[in-house]
Structures are given as structure tokens and as C-alpha cells.
Design a protein around this ligand. Structure first.
Ligand SMILES: *Cc1c(COP(=O)(O)O)cnc(C)c1O
Length: 390
């Protein structure tokens, strides 16, 4: 088959579109990471990540995808047999929990319906009942990329405070940083897990953790084995991060992506994501007519502004729809993960994206619904355009 003409419209919730200026910034020959030319690039990008995290505390970075930063968060903060409480949100919370079990942690789940999300009152009760403070960390995925749901971090912090519980507050912000409002210090987060290939608009392969003073103190007595991700070893290196070779080219890209985020303004970035997300949801609500595909998330106050998961009607496959969208229109969508495989498709609307790019993806979905004979309400694209033009 000939390669399709035109640019692929990429509406995955990660990796995301890489801006041309970021690609240009990374397109350069190798230099030593101790080279005097690189040091200011490293320093600027490092300081920039702290501004995006909104923290004045600590930052450690890794050559690894987000999973590596998850592993760093657990192994640097906990000891064998420690108990953690993971707030269930979907595939990604379950993966983080599975990693904890693998490392010999006692993992408690605050179970939740994936379409509605966890009950914060129940979290407060469980923490208040833990009078011996057995729970050492509460782990929350800020934006559950698998279901299109955002959890309210300030309300979770408040629940921990109301229960006067000293557990560390660990947050995965991989698909929210650089797209949804996020404030590490103001929201009292002790360890933040972030990655390069979502809101930061970079290639996959670099991840990091923001770490509070309280967490760094806990790290000093944490006994899980670690080497490649060890914060103490990193803190003793001149760059205060990375065991091994620093990904120099990614840093040139990172400096540029942070420049782009700050040129637009973090508040404006958040507002753009909210606008594109609402347009997407308006389209889906129209498609839901005639027993068509519906929004997977049933809690309007928790809609994710970076990804929308759409539940297919019974008897219709989200993967078949994605194939048609890709093969006929060269548009890439996300699929269902784990138990949701085939049942949903996901429209990623985060990162380097504007109205026509989103509308192109929505139009391709609407055409594929016709081609595949999936029942739906007509006019979703029109509803999205009406909203964006208003
Ligand atoms: C993408 C993602 C991850 C996993 O990150 P990788 O970079 O694929 O290892 C973890 N958590 C969330 C919420 C994600 O969206």
C-alpha cells in the first residue's frame, strides 16, 4: 500500500504530537553531557520542569518511560512489607499497585467503579481508621488515561489532612502535567511522577519525580533495593539526576517545549485543553443518540480535559472503528487497555493540538461510525464546531 499523503492526525493520549520546533531543537549531533555548551541547556530545562511542576523542592530525572519513575517513587520511599493505599481509577492505578506488590509492599486498594471514580469520603474514613498509621503512602493517578477521568487532588489532600494521617502523598501526573492544572507544592504532594511523551510534547524515554522535603526525609530510611533510580546517588552527582548517560538531545527538546508552554502561559495551556475537551464531549453526546457510543466517564465533575474515552454500543468493536479511522483517514486514536480492550476507544486531546487538528480527528470518527454501520446521532462534528466558534 502506498504511504498515505498528508500528515497523520495523531489523537492518541500519549505519545502526543511533537511540535516542529521541538523536533528541530533535538536534531543535532552528539556532545558529551559534561560539555560546557550543554550545561546551561541542562540547567534551564531542569529549572523549567520545576516551574511546570510548581515546586521549589527536589527533582530527580531518569532515562526511562513513566514506569521507571513509578518504580523510583516506590523504591526510594518505602521498605519491604510497608503498606500503601492505592486509589483505584483504572488500568494505570492497577499497574502501579501491581508494581508495589512485585516489590514486596502490602498494597491496599480503595476500590472504585471505573466510570464514576473513588469516593473521597471513603478514603477519609479508611485513613481515619488507620490509627496506628500503618499506611505509609497514598498513591493516586491524577488523570486516569485509560478511562478519561481526573481525580480531585486538593480534595484528596484535604481528606488526608482531616484524618490527620501522616502518609506520603504520591501522585502520577504523567497525562496531566502540561495540560491540566497541577500544583505540587500548593497541593501538598510529596512525590510526583511525570513523563516526557504526553503534555510535555517530547519523545518517549525520559521521566522524573518531584520530591518534597518530607519525602526526602522518608527516603533516608527507606530500604527497598534500588540502584539505577537511587536519589541519594543522584544527589551526589553534579547534575543531581540520572545514573548513567544523560539524554542530551531530549534536553534540547525539553528546553524548547518548556519555552513553548511558558510562551503560551500555563493558565492558557490549561484553558486550551479544557476548550478542546469540551468540544470533544459535545460531539460524543450527539453521537450517543440512537443508542450510539457514549462518554465512558459518568462523573461530569471528573471529566478529563486531556483524554476522552468513548464506550461503544454492545456488539460493536472500538478496535474495528480505530482501524477504519486509521486505514481510511490516517488518524490515530487510542484503544481500550486491559479489561476495556475493544470496548472503548480514546481520543487524546493533549499536547500540541489546535481546533482544526481536533476537528479533523472528530470528523474521521464520525465518518467511520457511518462506514462501520455503528448506530449514532448525526451532527457531533457540528456540535463541536458550534462550541469552538462561540
Ligand atoms: C502513560 C502513562 C503511564 C505509563 O507511562 P509510560 O511512559 O508508558 O511508562 C503511567 N500513568 C499514566 C497515568 C499514564 O498516562
Amino acid at each position: 500500500m502506498p504511504k498515505p499523503r498528508g500528515r497523520q492526525f495523531f489523537a492518541n493520549p500519549g505519545p502526543t504530537n511533537i511540535p516542529d520546533s521541538v523536533l528541530r531543537a533535538m536534531d543535532r549531533p552528539s556532545i558529551d553531557f559534561n560539555d560546557a555548551e550543554f550545561v546551561p541547556v541542562y540547567d534551564a530545562a531542569f529549572a523549567g520542569v520545576k516551574r511546570v511542576l510548581q515546586t521549589a523542592q527536589h527533582l530527580f530525572m531518569y532515562n526511562a518511560s513513566g514506569h521507571g519513575a513509578w518504580e523510583a517513587s516506590l523504591t526510594n520511599l518505602l521498605s519491604p512489607g510497608d503498606t500503601i493505599l492505592v486509589v483505584e481509577s483504572g488500568y494505570f492505578s492497577d499497574e502501579w499497585a501491581a508494581m508495589g506488590r512485585c516489590h514486596g509492599l502490602e498494597v491496599r486498594m480503595l476500590t472504585a467503579d471505573w466510570r464514576r471514580g473513588a469516593d473521597i469520603g471513603e478514603l477519609r474514613r479508611q485513613l481515619a481508621a488507620d490509627t496506628d498509621h500503618v499506611i505509609k503512602a497514598v498513591c493516586v493517578v491524577h488523570n486516569e488515561t485509560a478511562t478519561g477521568m481526573m481525580l480531585p487532588l486538593p480534595a484528596i489532600r484535604a481528606a488526608m489532612d482531616e484524618a490527620s494521617h501522616p502518609a506520603l502523598f504520591l501522585v502520577d501526573t504523567i497525562s496531566s502535567l502540561g495540560s491540566l492544572e497541577f500544583r505540587m507544592d500548593a497541593w501538598g504532594i510529596d512525590c510526583v511522577v511525570g513523563g516526557s511523551q504526553k503534555g510535555l510534547m517530547l519523545p518517549t524515554g525520559m521521566s522524573f519525580t518531584g520530591v518534597s522535603d518530607k519525602a526526602l526525609a522518608a527516603h533516608a530510611t527507606a530500604r527497598l533495593p534500588r540502584f539505577y533510580f537511587d536519589w541519594t546517588m543522584m544527589a551526589n552527582r553534579p547534575q543531581k539526576s540520572f545514573i548513567g548517560t544523560i539524554p542530551v538531545n531530549i534536553f534540547y527538546g525539553l528546553r524548547e517545549s518548556i519555552r513553548l508552554l511558558e510562551e503560551e502561559g500555563l493558565d492558557a495551556v490549561v484553558a486550551r485543553h479544557a476548550r478542546l475537551a469540551e468540544a470533544t464531549r459535545r460531539a460524543v453526546r450527539v453521537w450517543a443518540g440512537n443508542d450510539g457510543p457514549t462518554l465512558f466517564c459518568l462523573s461530569p465533575d471528573r471529566y478529563s480535559d486531556s483524554v476522552t474515552a468513548v464506550l461503544m454500543p454492545d456488539g460493536f468493536s472500538g478496535d474495528a472503528l480505530r482501524r477504519t479511522v486509521r486505514d481510511r483517514f490516517n488518524v490515530s486514536l487510542g484503544g481500550g487497555l486491559g479489561a476495556l480492550g475493544g470496548k472503548i476507544f480514546r481520543i487524546g486531546h493533549l499536547g500540541d493540538l489546535n481546533e482544526p487538528m481536533l476537528l479533523g480527528a472528530l470528523a474521521a470518527v464520525e465518518m467511520a461510525l457511518r462506514i462501520e454501520g455503528v448506530p449514532h446521532g448525526r451532527g457531533g462534528l457540528e456540535a463541536a464546531m458550534a462550541y469552538l466558534a462561540a
